[in-house]
Design a protein around this ligand. Structure first.
Ligand code: S3P
Length: 170
């Protein structure tokens, strides 16, 4: 039987939340919501500019407000920002209204994708060892998700099928 809960994708920057979320939403005929994109639309400003002009704390406040708004909607596949699930109010709303899937990858894969990435204000100044530490810290929270998908040996279609299998039989 199909669940009527939202699907929320969580995990580090570079874990494929947006690209996988888009395909999933099409397959399930649900609305796709990318929280980073909603933040940029609301603020009329790129995420990197928000970080540069107003700082991370300001970004986190906006992120909380926008995430809570969309997590409380229905029939959606939601791609959360990489830091979203660290926030306890956001986690609580995910538990209440969504099935959450952690897209988990080996640290090396994530590092390869985000190291020195100009699009990622949080990662751009981090050394590889600092990214390793960030992944370690965040994994404690990510592991509180409803389901963990070990993505390393899977291609995109297989990751999507795993999520669909779980979602459709919940
Ligand atoms: C962040 C991840 C980004 C974005 C912001 C902060 C983080 O989203 O929300 O740059 O703290 O990990 P993605 O995970 O979609 O890249």
């Amino acid at each position: 039987m199909k669940s009527n809960k939202n699907i929320v994708l969580i995990g580090m920057m570079g874990s494929g939340k947006s690209s996988i979320g888009k395909i999933l939403s099409k397959k399930l005929n649900l609305t796709f919501i990318d929280i980073d994109q909603k933040i940029e639309e609301t603020e009329d400003c790129k995420i990197s500019e928000i970080f540069n002009k107003f700082g991370e704390n300001y970004f986190r406040k906006i992120e909380e407000k926008i995430s809570l708004k969309f997590l409380s909607s229905e029939n959606s596949v939601i791609s959360l920002g990489g830091g979203g699930f660290i926030n306890s109010s956001i986690r609580k709303m995910c538990r209440k209204n969504c099935l959450s899937f952690w897209l988990d990858w080996k640290n090396e894969t994530i590092i390869k994708r985000i190291y020195k990435s100009k699009k990622r204000p949080l990662a751009i100044n981090l050394t590889k060892s600092q990214i390793n530490n960030l992944i370690k810290e965040r994994s404690k929270f990510y592991s509180l998700s409803s389901h963990r998908i070990n993505c390393d040996k899977l291609d995109k279609a297989e990751i999507i099928n795993k999520i669909l299998d779980i979602y459709e039989y919940k």
